[in-house]
Design a protein around this ligand. Structure first.
Ligand SMILES: C[S@@+](CC[C@H](N)C(=O)[O-])C[C@H]1O[C@@H](n2cnc3c(N)ncnc32)[C@H](O)[C@@H]1O
Length: 235
């Protein structure tokens, strides 16, 4: 999907930004529009990891309702200067699970989480593992710059088992685990009921959360909908 710049808040903001710097790959605006446009002017609880020059603080502040609760996390104490209005800055290390658990306890739960932090494999994976339970249902978790999974400088590498792309591919399996007939290799976890999609874009992975039951086959015909009797066995 490509949204024209007239109706895409994010590309409009970026290409007309007269304020502090914002750092994005240009294909991100269509992905933002697709996943977040329905939340325009909504009162959400939002967390973004990665502040840098502060431009994304301005972008999200202008997007959500003035009484939305916006949290931005960065390891650099200098970023504290970008706190204003409904935007709070949290200082700490996204790869420290104890610190991140404290973030969840103090500031969660969240409707939207974006990871645009340091982009190493450990940072992305630890943050996801700790923050996922604090994502509301429905909720959206978006990880940026996932091309670092192919770069040694970020501890990535093609098919490296602990890369974030490989971690995300395994979550595709988790999402389908209730269809598995090999429970010793693939069994449902709480995430099986929670994940409704794992979507890969160039340099972005988006995870949607909505707690749900296993889907059932139904037949609709002549104005009636009947159970097809093929409910998927769920352990
Ligand atoms: C790509 S920049 C963020 C850009 C910003 N979101 C934007 O759109 O303009 C990445 C930020 O992540 C921060 N960072 C790096 N390692 C981190 C870590 N371990 N924990 C938290 N933040 C980290 C850096 O200090 C830097 O400000």
């Amino acid at each position: 999907m490509h949204s024209s710049s007239e109706d895409n808040y994010f590309s409009n903001f970026f290409y007309n930004n007269a304020g502090v710097g914002i750092h994005k790959l240009t294909n991100y605006f269509d992905v933002y529009h697709r996943y977040f446009n329905h939340l325009r002017n909504k009162k959400v609880r939002f967390l973004e990891i990665g502040v840098y020059r502060g431009g994304s603080v301005n972008m999200w502040q202008g997007f959500f309702a003035p009484d939305a609760e916006l949290f931005f996390l960065d390891i650099d104490p200098e970023c504290q200067k970008h706190a204003k209005g409904n935007a709070k800055i949290i200082i700490g290390d996204q790869s420290d699970p104890v610190f991140m658990l404290g973030v969840v306890q103090e500031y969660g739960p969240f409707d939207v989480i974006i990871d645009d932090g340091g982009h190493t494999m450990r940072q992305q994976t630890v943050s996801f593992e700790v923050l996922w339970p604090s994502l509301k249902s429905p909720g959206i978790y978006l990880v940026e710059d996932t091309h670092t999974s192919y770069m040694h400088r970020f501890d990535g590498g093609y098919l490296k088992p602990d890369s974030f792309i490989e971690y995300s591919k395994a979550l595709v399996d988790t999402m389908h685990a209730w269809y598995s007939r090999e429970p010793e290799r693939l069994a449902p976890t709480p995430k099986t009921r929670e994940l409704t999609s794992v979507a890969f874009y160039d340099s972005i992975v988006v995870f949607e959360k909505q707690i749900h039951e296993p889907p059932v086959y139904k037949i609709s015909a002549f104005g009636e909908v009947v159970d097809a009797g093929l409910q998927v066995a769920f352990k």
